[in-house]
Design a protein around this ligand. Structure first.
Ligand code: FA5
Length: 344
């Protein structure tokens, strides 16, 4: 009796396996699943043969039916994966892109060489106890010139021609206006550096109409030129190497008295004389001086009690010296062949 039942069950199973094998899409597969494995499906229906069997044979039928169900279920799972893969491949064939190609890495951003140079200069002064101050790029004539002891019509203004804005302000020509702004906002002693963008009517291989400076300002009791020299010596050595020599040359700025230009011994030729130092062995890096008493007064600081020094250094100039760059325009042309040299 049970042999007969088993052979019928085997036939049903073979039918089911064949049907699943040849199912051409998911809807056929779902219908077959219902037909064979559903609650009212053919495998379940087979259990009604139970009644025809002796109690001893019943567990055997149960086991056979379970085995048949397991095999069909495995077949359904396998068929499902096969159909999904076939669908994916058909989909891929329709596409023009080759999705199996390795992806392109997005270009990673990096610090611009001028930003990096600015940060290096800032780090040197932060380590000496200076703080960072900021001022606006659109500045009032008062802070850019007047408060810095450039009276209206003073010829020194001619060297710093710039654009006037509609509200009567101008694009600042240097970071020095941050000096008086800081004095008005803080009590001395003051020790700040002020990095920022500045503008001038300049345009050649070493002068850009838009460039960057870092102002240094130190106000304390009893400061003199030797303090300025000491700090600038340390600054130059930290930046260009511990054997770097500096020299101070007399100069003129309306807002410092005395005023100096600071040169470093040429780092390219070891002072033998080269194209970059124009044969003289020294390269100018910044302007500086002791703060004029009139400027301290404009900042509401008593020059009888306090004294101070200031300097202004061009960030492009420093970066050009550090990396042997001879054309300032390279910084602003966004040419990745140039810029990517400095991102390592
Ligand atoms: C000044 O701007 C003064 N404010 C500096 C100063 C500050 C003096 C505090 C005293 C006390 P000067 O015009 O020399 O000075 O400019 C300072 C530096 O800015 C120069 O040494 C140079 O490195 C840089 N610089 C000037 N003009 C340009 C330009 N057009 N393009 C790029 N760098 C420039």
């Amino acid at each position: 009796m049970s042999d007969l039942i088993w052979s019928k069950l085997q036939a049903l199973l073979d039918d089911g396996l064949n049907a699943v094998n040849s199912a051409s899409d998911e809807s056929v597969l779902t219908a077959l699943q219902k037909k064979y494995l559903g609650k009212k499906g053919e495998i379940q229906a087979y259990m009604q043969h139970m009644k025809e069997l002796s109690p001893a044979e019943r567990p055997k039928l149960g086991a056979l039916v379970n085995e048949a169900r397991d095999r069909l279920e495995a077949k359904f799972a396998e068929a499902e994966v096969k159909l999904q893969n076939a669908k994916l491949m058909a989909d891929l064939k329709l596409r023009r892109e080759d999705l199996t190609l390795p992806g392109r890495m997005p270009v990673r951003g990096a610090e611009h060489i001028l930003q990096k140079t600015q940060r290096e200069i800032e780090d040197i002064f932060l380590s000496m106890g200076f703080e960072i101050a900021k001022g606006p790029q659109s500045e009032w004539d008062y802070f850019n010139f007047e408060a810095l002891n450039f009276p209206a019509d003073h010829p020194a203004r001619d060297m710093q021609d710039t654009l006037m804005l509609e509200n009567g302000s101008l694009l600042r020509t240097h970071t020095s206006p941050v000096q008086v702004r800081t004095m008005l906002n803080y009590e001395p002693p003051i020790r700040i550096i002020a990095p920022g963008t500045v503008y001038r009517r300049d345009d050649d291989v070493t002068h850009s109409p838009m460039f960057h400076q870092i102002e240094g300002l130190h106000i304390e009791k009893g400061l003199n030129l030797t303090h300025l020299r000491g700090i600038l010596q340390l600054f130059a050595q930290s930046l260009f190497g511990k054997d770097t020599k500096i020299r101070l040359r007399p100069s003129f700025f309306p807002f410092t008295e005395p005023s100096v230009e600071v040169d470093i011994a040429c780092i390219f030729c070891g002072q033998k004389g080269c194209r970059l130092c124009k044969g003289c062995g020294w390269i100018e890096i910044l302007g500086a001086g002791m703060i004029d008493p009139n400027v301290l007064k404009a900042g509401h600081i008593d020059p009888e009690i306090w004294s101070g020094w200031a300097f202004g250094v061009g960030i492009e100039r420093v970066a050009m010296l550090l990396h042997g760059i001879t054309d300032i325009r390279l910084f602003f042309e966004s040419d990745m062949r140039f810029l990517s040299q400095f991102t390592k």
